[in-house]
Design a protein around this ligand. Structure first.
Ligand code: NAP
Ligand code: ZN
Ligand code: ZN
Length: 353
């Protein structure tokens, strides 16, 4: 056995469209699993990376970290999986496994840096890692998730990033029956906040710029929709929320949301990465012991917990299935918030080309 050349879709530069290319996947080691990718979700982080919005993208870049597929080979020391099993891979494919974060199942906060599914440092082949817009992926079994058999596999894929990124703060801030949760932005992450927080028994309010999303939000389970540009509507929810999850990908003023937190409430940023502008106003924070926090995806054990919770509560993402070749149009639509509510690539389309 040896390394394999497989088909993928990626980009050579920040300003170039994605196109078909080939990449190398390593031969399996004793603890590795080889997965034939069936579906891959399209996260806004894929777009940020392909276009180098955050800096640091290494090209060629093959995005994709919401992977569901079928196991085609397992290494000799693999214990959790068998050939033929359906498996998931999210945003992480490795970490040091020995630091305090890793020991606490917080691999996403690995003190020496986790290995991202794409644009990470490839410890096996050198160079950088390539994501799920490809035929196959090889991953250490520790970073592979068991996918519940009762759920629609294409609609499960977004749970591997959008699902865990929203589940982790909901759990960390102890959302439960009766909690009052709000979400800023109804996109891939935002719609998962609604579904997961409702599943946990909370009431959920959507803050959106887009009045046209109100009906959808209610169908997804939102109890209330507040149009964030309407001052009177914003005023009507002053002091209300225990937890707000802000999923907006670009720079925006978070101060108006702070006044809608209850005493000791927390606003968690999961979207925009960078300095805030305008700066935070400490007045509502000091007068109400309010916090502004951030949160990054979730650990492997927590991701499995979320998938099992979704299986029990029959929760999946709302998806629009696309062909691999439609990815560039999908990115343009995502930038216009024109997606209900996650694109998922049917990877069979890559094989057929
Ligand atoms: P998405 O599907 O594009 O959704 C973003 C939503 O934010 C939009 O649907 C829109 O909702 C709202 N929005 C967009 N531009 C806005 C603006 N200028 N002002 C106010 N609201 C705006 O994106 P996504 O995949 O959910 O990802 C959201 C962000 O989270 C991205 O930046 C992504 O990189 C990041 N992310 C972070 C993590 C993490 O671990 N922290 C993990 C995954 C993704 P409305 O139309 O309802 O306003
Ligand atoms: Zn993502
Ligand atoms: Zn570590």
């Amino acid at each position: 056995m040896e390394n394999k050349i497989v088909k993928a879709f990626g980009t050579e530069a920040a300003t170039s469209p994605l196109k078909e290319m080939t990449i190398t996947r390593r031969d399996i080691t004793a603890k590795d699993i080889e997965i034939e990718i069936l579906y891959c979700g399209v996260c806004h982080s894929d777009l940020h990376t392909a276009r180098n919005d955050w800096g640091g993208t290494v090209y060629p870049s093959v995005p994709g970290h919401e992977i569901v597929g079928k196991i085609t080979r397992v290494g000799k020391d693999v214990t959790k999986f068998n050939v033929g099993d359906i498996a998931g891979v999210g945003c992480l494919v490795d970490s040091c496994r020995t630091c305090n974060s890793c020991k606490e199942d917080l691999e996403q906060y690995c003190l020496t840096g986790f290995t991202g599914t794409y644009n990470g440092k490839d410890k096996h082949l050198g160079g950088h890692t390539f994501g799920g817009y490809s035929e196959k992926v090889v991953v250490d079994e520790h970073f592979v998730l068991k996918v519940p058999a009762n759920l629609n596999l294409a609609a499960v894929a977004p749970l591997l990033c959008a699902g865990i990124t929203t589940w982790s703060p909901l759990k960390h801030w102890n959302v439960k029956e009766g909690s009052k949760v709000a979400v800023v932005g109804l996109g891939g992450l935002g719609h998962m906040v609604i579904k997961l927080a409702k599943g946990l028994g909370a009431s959920v309010t959507l803050f959106s710029r887009t009045p046209g999303k109100t009906e959808d939000a209610k169908q997804l389970g939102a109890d209330e929709v507040i149009i964030s540009t309407d001052a009177a509507q914003m005023n009507s929810v002053k002091g209300k929320f225990d937890l707000i999850i802000d999923t907006v990908p670009s720079i925006h003023d978070v101060n108006p949301y702070l006044t809608t937190l209850t005493i000791s409430g927390t606003l968690v940023l999961v979207g925009y990465l960078g300095e805030l502008n305008p700066m935070l106003n400490s007045v509502p924070m000091i007068l109400g012991r309010k916090s502004v926090a951030g949160s990054l995806i979730g650990g492997i054990a927590e991701t499995q917990e979320m998938l099992d919770f979704c299986a029990k509560h029959n929760i999946v993402s709302e998806i629009e299935l696309i062909k691999m070749q439609d990815i560039n149009q999908a990115y343009e639509r995502m930038l216009k918030s024109d997606v209900k509510y996650r694109f998922v690539i049917d990877m069979a389309s890559l094989k057929k080309q």
